[in-house]
Design a protein around this ligand. Structure first.
Ligand SMILES: Cc1cc2nc3c(=O)[nH]c(=O)nc-3n(C[C@H](O)[C@H](O)[C@H](O)COP(=O)(O)OP(=O)(O)OC[C@H]3O[C@@H](n4cnc5c(N)ncnc54)[C@H](O)[C@@H]3O)c2cc1C
Length: 570
């Protein structure tokens, strides 16, 4: 059964990132250690005792559509109610509209626990949180007053409607039409597919944030506007009085995440409110997407944690083979075999740096908002695609290794480990595929002078010098990786053809994640004398960081590596 990793979380928050110092002189100054501990303990109990036990239902009782009604596992009702009543939906929402007003870093911890406990269900509040953020930033006061209190309380829930059959990664290809009505509202007509939690009855209303196109608007992403389209139309006081014209055509049959209803929705002149300005919808939607991208990174992390826990538990009990270190033991738990230990250490260390990366991204977003610091804002957007892409890829890799450690039992459903593998797989695909994240990273986020990238490499150099003074055996590994990646960064920013950058985007992003991970491990070595943390840091730097050199080298092969030089293959 899942155990919330509270000690690990507290170590990162308090010792590694020194959250209290970070929040000095900000609006989060009142967030003290007791409050934080109280929240973590509350959500630990909820996740372990109430939510985790429903995770099997989320796999074995898929959401389905019967007589136009979405049927969910019965156990979801109480679990959702408890999440909403705990205030965990509107945890970072503005207190003015009924949110708890806590920083994103706290939401990130809460979301990790809820997602490890049940990924399918936790996706619902995650979508609502993104919507709350987008409305706070872009909606007018009337809309905020009607919708935000209900969303913050979880009474209503939110979705994100971008995808259409012909418009997936290419959002600019969407065709859903918006027509302005006489009363200033709009009418939406079109079809949206793959909408997570697009229909259900856990909440009394479902508010869709939807991208659509006005007649004669510019082509591509420049002609897209953002709308709020509720399932039930509320009056000025938020009382529901009319059903909107939205039809749930079907729910998808999926590889995993069975408890989350993924809907095909048809809008026929559905009443909608414009959010932000006409044709500026992409910018507004990015608020929701950035929030959701960190949220999806946390989903990846949550499944790494869950898979690692299951694998360690299994490896301690399953007996096979002789213990190479103890010839008297004829049958030993598989955790004593070198190959199993290597896999478990890989899983442990990748989960550790995934968590640190999610936390740093959340903290940077919090601080950038609070101090309105342009450098921190750009650093937050630099870290977001790395976190989304790396943590979700690692989620898949760790789940895969966990199956391997289970042997044949990993392929048999009753251990539950294949659910983790199937559930986590979508996280590399939705919220912008990992390939698209990598392109965003080397294109927009790296920029023309790579200043954020170089500032991170400089920080690593500084920490390298500190660790050198401690005569640690890992300094050379870090230096080698840093030099390789610095060369790759120089190469990236000197390319004139964007496709040269794109061709190395995926390995470049991974190399960056690996070196940022090494920086967390360096900080760990500098900060703590806890034996297990020191050993994990040394293992990561010696066994996983060297891949940074390989990825950096591949990142600079250029577009011909994938076009002219391989023309005859396809
Ligand atoms: C379970 C589930 C839940 C979802 N939830 C939501 C939701 O709530 N709201 C919503 O709006 N959408 C949702 N989606 C849709 C999801 O965001 C898209 O599936 C995703 O963005 C990819 O789009 P696509 O499926 O059309 O793939 P495509 O865009 O067709 O991509 C196919 C492959 O081509 C690659 N590719 C595409 N374009 C490029 C390019 N220019 N350069 C390089 N490579 C490229 C992609 O990386 C990918 O590997 C969900 C999907 C699923 C399966």
């Amino acid at each position: 059964m899942y155990k919330a990793p509270i000690k690990e979380i507290k170590f990162l928050l308090k010792d590694l990132f020194q959250i209290e110092k970070l929040f000095k002189n900000t609006k989060y100054e009142s967030l003290d250690e007791d409050t934080l501990d109280g929240i973590l303990d509350e959500v630990r109990k909820l996740s372990e005792k109430l939510i985790s036990p429903i995770n099997r239902d989320a796999d074995t009782k898929p959401a389905c559509l019967k007589n136009k009604k979405v049927i969910l596992p019965e156990s979801f009702n109480e679990a959702y109610k408890s999440i909403a009543e705990g205030g965990w939906v509107g945890i970072s929402g503005d207190v003015k509209y009924g949110g708890l007003g806590l920083p994103l870093i706290v939401t990130t911890c809460v979301n990790e626990l809820l997602s490890s406990a049940c990924l399918s269900l936790a996706l619902n509040p995650l979508m609502t949180q993104g919507q709350i953020d987008a409305l706070e930033s872009h909606a007018n006061e009337d809309i905020k007053n009607i919708f935000l209190p209900k969303l913050n309380s979880g009474e209503w829930s939110g979705t994100m409607n971008l995808t259409e059959p012909q418009a997936g990664s290419d959002v600019g290809a969407l065709r859903t039409l918006a027509l302005k009505d006489n009363d200033g509202t709009y009418k939406i007509t079109g079809q949206k597919i793959y909408i997570s939690w697009g229909d259900h009855s856990l909440s009394s209303n479902i508010c869709h944030l939807l991208l659509a196109r006005l007649p004669n608007s510019p082509k591509g992403t420049k002609g897209i506007s953002l709308f709020l389209v509720p399932k039930y139309i509320p009056d000025q006081n938020g009382n529901i009085n009319e059903v909107n014209s939205i039809n749930t055509i079907s729910l998808e049959h999926k590889m995993g995440l069975h408890g989350s209803p993924t809907a095909v929705l048809e809008y026929k002149n559905a009443k909608a409110w414009l959010i932000g300005e006409e044709n500026k919808g992409m910018m507004a939607m990015f608020t929701m997407m950035n929030n959701a991208r960190l949220g999806v990174a946390v989903q990846g992390l949550s499944q790494s944690e869950l898979a690692t826990q299951k694998a360690i538990e299994f490896a301690k009990t399953r007996q096979q083979g002789r213990n190479m270190n103890n010839s008297e033991e004829i049958s030993t738990p598989i955790i004593n075999h070198a190959d199993v230990r290597r896999n478990l250490l890989i899983m442990k260390s990748l989960t550790y740096i995934s968590r640190a990366l999610c936390f740093e991204t959340a903290l940077t977003i919090d601080l950038s908002k609070n101090k309105n610091d342009p450098f921190l804002k750009r650093k937050a957007s630099f870290l977001t695609p790395i976190a989304k892409s790396f943590c979700t890829e690692i989620g898949g890799k760790v789940a895969d290794l966990a199956i391997q450690i289970h042997g044949g039992m990993g392929y048999i459903e009753e251990t539950g480990i294949s659910q983790v593998y199937r559930d986590v797989r979508i996280t590399s695909i939705y919220e912008g595929t990992n390939g698209i994240q990598a392109m965003d990273f080397v294109g927009r986020k790296l920029g023309s002078n790579g200043d954020i990238a170089y500032s991170i490499l400089d920080e690593i150099k500084m920490n390298e010098q500190i660790i050198n003074q401690k005569k640690s055996s890992v300094a050379d590994y870090i230096e080698n990786a840093r030099i390789s990646l610095t060369k790759a960064t120089d190469w990236m920013i000197s390319q004139n053809d964007l496709n040269d950058r794109y061709s190395g985007a995926d390995p470049f992003l991974r190399a960056f994640a690996l070196i940022i991970g090494a920086n967390y491990m360096l900080k760990t070595l500098i900060t703590t004398d806890q034996e297990d943390k020191i050993e994990l840091a040394n293992f990561y730097i010696k066994n996983l960081l060297p891949f940074c050199n390989v990825e950096s080298s591949i990142a600079t092969l250029g577009a011909n590596n994938l076009y002219e030089n391989v023309n005859s293959i396809f």
